[in-house]
Design a protein around this ligand. Structure first.
Ligand SMILES: Nc1ncnc2c1ncn2[C@@H]1O[C@H](COP(=O)(O)OP(=O)(O)OP(=O)(O)O)[C@@H](O)[C@H]1O
Ligand SMILES: [Mg+2]
Length: 653
């Protein structure tokens, strides 16, 4: 159990928790939510011991094993598989222990105690899952979207986003009682996200996950912890349940509600307008549904003390863009060009709102980057309409921020670079005011970007993009790091945007609420996807199954190759000898367990018989406690028994 009693937590001058109290029970799946900068990541630092409370009491079970995603970018030549196997800290420790014992045994082969130690070291390692560590790691890696041929590639050869996925796999590999995940979906595509949800639903320990993705939270949590005004509030239920409750609470607080009427009315008008003109098409209808949900939680959205709009674009060319007979892909030195997409014939018209779907690595980013002019087409033409002004927002955009500089310095620099091409006012005072409208208050315009929370940085990048008055928005995962209120503000702004929109996102709520047609990037081509997001989710599952089967086939072939290399008779005899040596202590332990199990079973039966009769309360408590201990012990013994038998079976094989 994790408990906080009147905890105070500070970061520099900011008080992030002030008298916060809450309890988290073993096995609970908790969603930690709150606005950007509320202190969620800081709270994780308290949970994992890198930060201590400035007041009050914090307690978490000492014996709990903790797993969390390392935040640093891994730099190593190790293969992806080895790197992820290394995440199993218990296995790593036992391997090291075995190496030490083996060395001792080599130095003194006749020492009986060391011999016993060695046998134990082998069995411990087997119990820790040594035999299937590699396939377990590989299942995680493939699940997170890597290809079978990438399993043995060095970590260094992957791009930043993919290396962070390996960090996630490494954390999942670690056996744990407490799993801390800080925005785990940020580096994922929709297909990897769907896989992660399924994995987490099976996780047995206590999990606390920070996320701003409503559908993800709903899928994997059953308790919601809300951090607001330096207090923690616990709600039983997933994010949607929490949201509904909050909206009701706020309606009760009439005064707060009254202030928001304007904003709500504005939102309502927009939603009505949209619903009136929506077509009967499946996609448009799911957008209507998404907007109806927004309607229901309107007070919550209005509470977001922040909204913004894209400026009306000056002129909108039509078509915005036409692509004919094009191939997209990469030029690699001294090699033939690597074509990812071919035969692309597409036009983008004014006012289209396109969601770009596609399984991992199929070329979504290649398509988007080519349109954004970050790379050229390998063949064919991409013709831009006259006056096209692309607003490109990509995941890696956060890296273009300079950590030492302040938001104001960023704006000043951009204004200087773009100069007269933008019709905005560029005086420092104007830029300050503009940042203010994006919720960067007086102090924050002067805070170094490097010390800001993830969401604060993302909001700055967004502000910089809006300022440029684009008429084609090309957004690649724009909601990463943004809190829910800011996501809603973005969804509203995107809905009212009069230009053209192309969006890649794993945020299903956003896709649903702003797109009314989808393109599918897959198997080397770009096609229309005739369906809605639910159809797409089904398509992904089928696709994943197909890939898994392909991978299985590949490993089977590899195994067949290994099997062909049969051992020599001499080696086989040696191997048999070694196996029978290893089996001896296992058999002994198995016999001991049988004895202990029989004794425990007898005691349990007699306790149960006693409890069946009326007894004084203290005796009931006493007997109950003993029964619980016994049951735990029996459970553990049985597990050990099974593990030992498995191991013996494997040795006999
Ligand atoms: N070293 C620091 N100096 C000054 N302020 C800091 C420092 N570290 C964090 N902060 C501030 O503390 C607040 C809480 O940061 P934290 O990273 O915990 O937020 P968060 O809830 O995780 O937000 P997000 O949802 O954006 O990730 C932010 O406003 C941030 O700017
Ligand atoms: Mg954070």
């Amino acid at each position: 159990m994790i408990t906080l009693k009147n905890v105070i937590l500070r970061r520099s001058a900011k008080v992030l928790l002030d008298g916060a109290s809450v309890t988290i029970n073993p096995g609970e799946k908790v969603g930690l939510v709150g606005r950007n900068g509320a202190g969620k990541s800081t709270l994780f630092a308290l949970f994992n011991g890198t930060l201590h409370e400035d007041g009050g009491d914090f307690a978490s079970p000492k014996q709990w094993r903790l797993a969390q995603v390392a935040q640093n970018m891994p730099e190593t030549d190790e293969s992806a598989t080895d790197f992820v196997v290394g995440g199993d800290t218990r296995l790593t420790e036992l391997r090291e222990a075995l190496a030490v014992t083996e060395a001792a045994h080599a130095a003194d082969p006749d020492d009986h105690d060391i011999g016993m130690d060695l046998a134990h070291a082998y069995t411990d390692l087997a119990d820790a899952g040594e035999h299937d560590a590699v396939p377990r790691a590989q299942a995680l890696i493939l699940g997170l979207g890597f290809k079978a041929h990438e399993l043995d590639q060095p970590v260094n050869s992957f791009s930043g986003g993919w290396r962070m996925r390996l960090q996630l796999a490494r954390a999942l590999m670690c056996p744990s009682d407490l799993l801390l995940l800080d925005e785990p979906t940020n580096h994922l595509d929709l297909d990897a996200l769907v896989w992660l949800e399924a994995w987490l639903q099976k996780y047995a320990g206590t999990m606390i996950v920070i996320s701003h993705d409503r559908e993800f939270l709903d899928a994997v949590t059953d308790v919601t912890l809300h951090i607001e005004h330096a207090k923690l509030t616990r709600y039983g239920g997933n994010y949607s349940a929490f949201e509904t409750l909050r909206a009701q609470q706020m309606e009760l607080q009439q005064s707060a509600f009254a202030k928001q009427q304007d904003k709500i009315a504005h939102l309502q008008k927009f939603i009505d307008r949209f619903k009136a003109k929506a077509s009967k098409a499946k996609q448009a209808q799911s957008r209507v549904k998404a907007l109806e949900r927004m309607e229901k939680v309107a007070p919550l959205l209005a509470e977001a003390d922040f909204s913004f709009e894209f400026k009306e674009p000056g002129n909108i060319p039509n078509p915005m863009l036409s692509i004919s007979d094009a191939s997209f892909g990469y030029l690699i030195e001294d090699e033939p060009p690597k074509t990812i997409l071919r035969g692309v014939n597409r036009s983008v018209l004014a006012g289209q709102r396109i969601g770009i779907l596609g399984a991992n690595g199929q070329g979504k980013s290649t398509l988007v980057k080519t349109i954004a002019r970050e790379m050229g087409a390998l063949a064919g033409t991409v013709t831009e309409g006259k006056g096209l002004n692309i607003g490109y927002f990509a995941q890696q955009e956060l890296d273009v921020l300079r950590p030492q500089d302040t938001p104001l310095e960023h704006m000043v620099r951009m204004a200087r670079e773009l100069g007269s091409s933008v019709k905005e006012r560029t005086g420092e005072q104007d830029l300050r005011g503009y940042l203010g409208s994006f919720n960067f208050s007086g102090d924050m315009v002067k805070q170094a970007v490097g010390t800001m929370s993830g969401g604060e940085k993302a909001r700055l990048v967004l502000a910089m993009m809006v300022w440029q008055r684009p008429n084609l928005l090309l957004l690649d995962e724009p909601t990463n790091h943004l809190d829910l209120a800011t996501r809603e503000a973005l969804a509203v702004a995107l809905n009212e945007f009069e230009g053209t929109l192309m969006l890649v996102s794993h945020d299903r709520a956003l896709l649903r609420s702003v797109c009314d047609e989808f393109w599918l990037v897959g198997r080397g081509v770009v096609t229309d996807f005739d369906g809605d997001l639910d159809d797409y989710q089904r398509y992904l599952l089928d696709e994943a199954k197909r890939l898994r089967e392909e991978a299985k086939l590949a490993t089977r072939e590899a195994a067949a190759v290994v099997e062909k290399a049969a051992p020599s008779p001499q080696a086989a005899a040696q191997d048999r000898q070694q196996r029978s040596e290893q089996a001896k202590p296992l058999k002994r332990e198995l016999a001991q367990i049988d004895e202990r199990l029989a004794a425990a079973g007898t005691e349990k039966a007699s306790l149960e018989a006693r409890l069946a009769n009326p007894l004084p309360a203290p005796e009931i408590a006493e007997a109950g406690k003993r029964l619980k201990t016994l049951n735990d012990e029996i459970g553990q013994l049985e597990e050990r028994w099974l593990a030992l038998s498995d191991r013996l079976e494997a040795l006999a094989a």
